[in-house]
Design a protein. Sequence first.
Length: 340
Amino acid sequence: MTKHLLGAAALFLTAGVASAETIDMQSIYPNSLPLLGEAGAELGERVGRLSGGTLDIKFHNPGELVSGGEIWDAVSTGAIPAGWYSPGFAESVIPAAPLFTAFPFGPDAAEYTAWWYNGGGAELWAEISAPFNIHSELCTILAPEASGWFNKPINSPADLAGLKMRIFGLGASVMEKLGAQAQSLPVADTMTALNLGTIDAAELSFPAIDQAIGMQEHANHYYFPGWHQQSSLIVFIMNKDAWDGLEDSHKAAIQETCAANVARSVAKGETIQMGPLAELEAQGVEIHRWSDEMLSAFSTAWDEVVAERSEADADFKRVWEHISAFRTEYARWAAVGYID
């Protein structure tokens, strides 16, 4: 009788394991990067706990399933079921996509998430991305990035003329307006290019990541604030057909885990910067804050970029007007509700 019961129990446990659903998720960020990749790598374990072990999201580092540039198309077609992604990487097919990741002089984490969750941002992104058969869940929001590493001080807008810089997203268009030559490079190639002198500057991330990958070994002048990325959104994306096929409880496990992850990432992003920043200063890195003149130059150039992008793409114009209207309304609350 005891053997029979043990055998039945073993059969039950085996059946439970066999019935667990696995979702392969390709990340655009390696799991070694604090928050950017780390939060995605932890997603599967947390969803697994919430689902009682019936759902597993398997994290894959960049290149394990498809190349980073293929993630959007691969999820869209169902070649892979899911991705750990920032919408801005889909800019080539959705020109408005960067506005759903980070943009110059954009909102902080509180304002950005307010727009996404309650201001219509999520619905707008769902509408614009619908033709690509992709479902998105906001799953992490990042702390402000540094403005970049430079091999010499930048004292005026004229110092940017001819400067070759690795920079991501809409900030690259701003730098080009000011005479710089913006380039898109992977992390390893960026550091090699700084060493060889083929680029003069580079922005990568915030201090916790910049210090971890050793940017201080390749440039010495570190500029703040990150006017180009005050906060950045990371989303869990899934093929829409695959998402629709999930059990409601599994959808809820992903949604609730991602919502909690947003809160956790805000808190962690604000607490992991101080130590690395102090270490960088101790190692001789010169920390700079942009002058009012420089910030004004960046802002003026950004206004020009917005006008051009809005004229070129109706969705960009629509999204820009949408988030701008929200920010105008929010500004009144921020002015009275918070201490300057």
